[in-house]
Design a protein around this ligand. Structure first.
Ligand code: SF4
Length: 127
């Protein structure tokens, strides 16, 4: 959980993390955008307290776009590109045990990657 929070707050790049798990899913993208929006709201209140509302609103709007919304959009683009590769290239995409939004195998409870199919193809069943 701490890894997810730091990844999203620091906007770490790369689809897979150091352990090979996908950093980006639809859930993490949405939750990350909400988390960063919360951080922007807190910063906005601090700026409002010290600089007034005329400074707080433009800074908050700029941060909301640049730190919360646009990074989420870019993450979704990366997620879509990798999802397309997975759909086209690996066996799991046509298997009934595959969860496309989380990109993991529900039978093995593991994430699948182009270079890692948890069952090796043995438990594939048509979807
Ligand atoms: S059972 Fe095998 S083929 Fe099906 S999703 Fe899991 S790892 Fe992929």
């Amino acid at each position: 959980m701490l890894d997810f929070l730091t990844d999203q707050l620091l906007l770490k790049r790369g689809f897979y993390d150091e352990s090979g798990r996908p950093r980006l899913t639809t859930g993490t993208i949405v939750f990350g955008a909400l988390l960063r929006s919360l951080a922007v709201i807190i910063v906005g209140f601090v700026v409002w307290h010290y600089g007034g509302v005329e400074l707080s609103i433009p800074i908050s709007l700029a941060l909301l776009w640049g730190y919360a919304v646009y990074p989420a959009y870019r993450q979704f683009v990366v997620f879509s590109e990798v999802s397309d590769v997975i759909k086209e290239e690996i066996l799991c995409s046509s298997c009934r045990h595959f969860n496309p939004s989380g990109q993991f195998c529900q039978l093995y409870d593991e994430h699948v990657r182009p270079d890692h199919i948890p069952c090796g193809g043995d438990d594939w069943e048509p979807s």
